[in-house]
Design a binder for this molecule. Structure first.
Ligand code: 13P
Ligand code: SF4
Length: 382
């Protein structure tokens, strides 16, 4: 089978600066026209945290797990525009271009576009591959790492997913972390979980592990991530010291305040929230679960929801029959998700109509192959 070469990303004939001054109505109309011209060859995927005007143009929307499934099962499209963040676009590139898909398409690669390359994830940036490799090597001086399963949250660079693929590990998302951890304990005695300490801890607590079995690995501490030999030897989960800057803003006092002022209110949070918030919430779950729970609730239900602002505001708008509050008194929005706006989307779409793939995300072959091992394990588990 001839594999089509990976085309380099292009700056496009139409410069981004031409779009920045246009009004949203015009941008939206131009996206719709471009979309029609591209037909089924284009798939626009949108994460639930995207702003309303952007998500309206998504063919499919979902949480991280659902979006990776959508990319994996995409059929006729030749290009995916990913309205989300960098690690999501990388995952889409790996899954949409896995070997059996390339055979089906006679070597033709699906191109994945991230409309703004600056749309990263601050949590994913908290764990670099060199730091993880260094940690693994140091851990191996104290414990038998052949008995330790590395688990990376999908919010991580492809190189970390590849690390997991190489070392008998797996990827998880917020919707399948418990099932993935169980998979890991069927194969090993310990888990090395990165980069989100909160998702790792909240999940391990539901499995009966205790905080004293979960040392936190600080990559900026020279020796054993700031831990003693005993702490590592006695560990069941070693948690990477990473967090989401959005979800760490939710505090237990916000929960208490709502419960005091609004008796009967239900608190629902994302498991990236710290333990002290997650423990006292009524429900904890992925963005997909949060959305479904509201959709399935009767009129009159009152919620305070602790996750990114755009999703909560959309739920408020779409469910006027319920009373929905944002859990924090201060704005908690994902600044990088917000970078994807109509100007970037219109720029990417119109250049694509003209034959130019701007801001294309391509994971190199070796990283892609090993990442796929860890991603496919996840897709099988959940
Ligand atoms: P979900 O998988 O729940 O959509 O979470 C993605 C994310 O980045 C949350 O901060
Ligand atoms: Fe990353 Fe947090 Fe934004 Fe999710 S909300 S993409 S974890 S920074």
């Amino acid at each position: 089978m001839a594999i089509a070469p990976i085309l380099p990303s292009s700056a496009g004939k139409f410069p981004l600066s031409d779009y920045k001054s246009l009004a949203n109505e015009e941008l939206s109309a131009r996206i719709t026209v471009a979309r029609e011209k591209l037909g089924e060859k284009l798939l626009i995927l949108g994460h639930h945290y995207q702003q309303d005007e952007v998500i309206e143009h998504a063919d499919l929307r979902g949480d991280s797990y659902q979006l990776s499934q959508m990319a994996a099962s995409s059929k006729d499209c030749r290009t995916i525009i990913f309205c989300g963040v960098h690690f999501m676009a990388e995952t889409a590139d790996i899954l949409a271009n896995r070997p059996e898909k390339l055979v089906e398409r006679e070597g033709l690669r699906v191109k994945v576009i991230l409309p703004d390359m600056a749309a990263g994830c601050s949590m994913a940036d908290m764990a670099g591959i060199r730091q993880v490799e260094e940690a693994w090597q140091q851990l191996g001086e104290v414990i038998d790492t052949s008995d330790m399963i590395p688990v990376t949250y999908i919010n991580s660079a492809a190189s970390l997913k590849a690390f997991c693929g190489k070392h008998g590990g797996i990827v998880c998302t917020s919707s399948n972390a418990a099932a993935v951890m169980e998979w890991a304990y069927e194969r090993g005695n310990r888990v090395f979980f990165f980069p989100d300490q909160h998702l790792g801890r909240n999940t391990a607590l539901t499995m009966g592990f205790t905080n004293d079995q979960m040392p936190v690995w600080n990559p900026y501490e020279e020796d054993l991530g700031g831990n003693t030999d005993e702490a590592i030897s006695g560990s069941k989960v070693v948690l990477w010291k990473g967090h989401c800057s959005v979800h760490q803003m939710f505090r237990p006092e916000h929960v208490e305040q709502f419960r005091k002022n609004n008796p009967g209110i239900k608190i629902m949070v994302h498991p990236e929230c710290p333990q002290e918030v997650n423990d006292i919430a009524d429900i904890s779950g992925s963005t997909g679960k949060i959305l479904k729970t509201v959709e399935d609730s009767p009129a009159g239900t009152e919620w305070a929801i602790g996750t990114e602002l755009h999703l909560v505001n959309r739920l408020k708008k779409e469910h006027p029959e319920q009373e929905i509050h944002f859990l924090s008194p201060v704005v908690c929005m994902c600044a990088t998700m917000y970078r994807i706006d109509l100007a970037h989307l219109a720029w990417a779409c119109e250049n694509l109509v003209d034959g130019d793939v701007v801001n294309s995300i391509t994971v190199d072959e070796e990283t892609s192959d090993y990442s796929l091992v860890a991603l496919e394990r996840m897709l099988e588990v959940s």
